[in-house]
Design a protein around this ligand. Structure first.
Ligand SMILES: CSC[C@H]1O[C@H](OP(=O)(O)O)[C@H](O)[C@@H]1O
Ligand SMILES: Nc1ncnc2[nH]cnc12
Length: 290
């Protein structure tokens, strides 16, 4: 099967250059419009698609990003592997602004977003015990190391609703009691939806600040974040462009089963399924719904 890498670029990353046959394409989905058109092309002989999570010009807030449409659109294009690139705050002294973290766990504190493609008329429960793909995460770690980026392997990302940053009490709780490593506003429900869509998903978190817990750094300040983001964004793009060569143009089935997540997940009896919802699931769950 062909590898098709989909990159969801976060704050500060609104395009990538150097794709052959680059073209911004409009993808329509049953879940509404994605955040923006999707930049498609080929890099090092491998198909790539790039979607700016907040849209070009940063139009969508973390709450209003159309997460379902974004994942559906990538799946509909034929993407097999999704790399999420995000700005985040750090809860660890040793994870400093400018460092990258290959996130492997999440705590989802978001509450104002649609979190599933499934629902009344087609109920499904997938496992997100291991929400990121180890194979894809390893490739991201190697790409970051090869690019000379200071990168931490593994970390727990607290997904908050936003758009305001955390209070000091929240920041301390996430760090001291909950053991989180980084904080952002967008990787959930994105990672859960990628699993429902049977896509491999890896999260590259680019640290921009120490959130508000750090005694030497005070409050989170978006102008400081943007300054760090500018440097991070170049490193993020460098990392992403190393992935095609590392992953190769051909891929086997995912050894961790990301691409079979729906195999035993759908509970609704075939005769009880809502035809309208089943139709909406054509891209996401077509493999199992037929
Ligand atoms: C620019 S600061 C807050 C903003 O940045 C992050 O976005 P993304 O994850 O898309 O890089 C964070 O989650 C907030 O949305
Ligand atoms: N401290 C922080 N909290 C939430 N999202 C962020 N994105 C970048 N820094 C952040």
């Amino acid at each position: 099967m062909d590898t098709y890498i989909g990159v969801i670029g976060g704050s500060g990353i609104y395009e990538i250059d150097g794709l052959e046959n680059a073209e911004w394409v409009t993808v329509e989905t049953p879940w509404g419009a994605p955040s923006d058109q999707i930049l498609t092309g080929v890099y090092d002989g491998v198909k790539m698609a790039f979607l700016p999570r907040h849209g070009r010009g940063h139009v969508h807030s973390p709450t209003t990003v159309p997460y379902r449409a974004n994942i559906d659109a990538l799946k509909r294009l034929g993407v097999t592997d999704v790399i999420s690139v995000s700005a985040c705050g750090s809860f660890r002294d040793e994870m400093a602004p400018g460092d990258f973290v290959i996130v492997d766990q999440f705590i989802d504190r978001t509450f104002a977003r649609e979190k599933s493609f499934f629902g009344t008329g087609c109920v499904a429960h997938v496992s997100v015990a291991h929400p990121t793909c180890p194979r894809l995460s390893e490739a991201c770690f190697t790409a970051a190391t090869d690019a000379g980026i200071k990168v931490h392997k593994g970390g727990t990302y607290l997904a908050m609703e936003g758009p305001q940053f955390s209070t000091l009490a929240e920041s301390k709780m996430y760090r001291e009691s909950w053991g989180c490593d980084v904080i952002g506003m967008t990787n959930m429900p994105e990672a859960k939806l990628a699993r429902e869509a049977e896509l491999c998903y890896a999260s590259v978190a680019m640290i921009t600040d120490y959130d508000s817990w750090h005694p030497d750094h005070g409050e989170v300040d978006v102008t400081e974040i943007i300054k760090t983001l500018v440097g991070n964004a170049d490193k993020g793009r460098d990392l992403v462009k190393r992935l095609p060569a590392l992953l190769g143009a051909e891929r086997d089935d995912c050894p961790h089963g990301c691409d079979k997540a729906l195999e035993f997940a759908i509970l609704t009896a075939p005769e009880k399924r809502d035809p309208a919802l089943v139709a909406k699931l054509d891209a996401v769950a077509g493999r199992v719904l037929g």
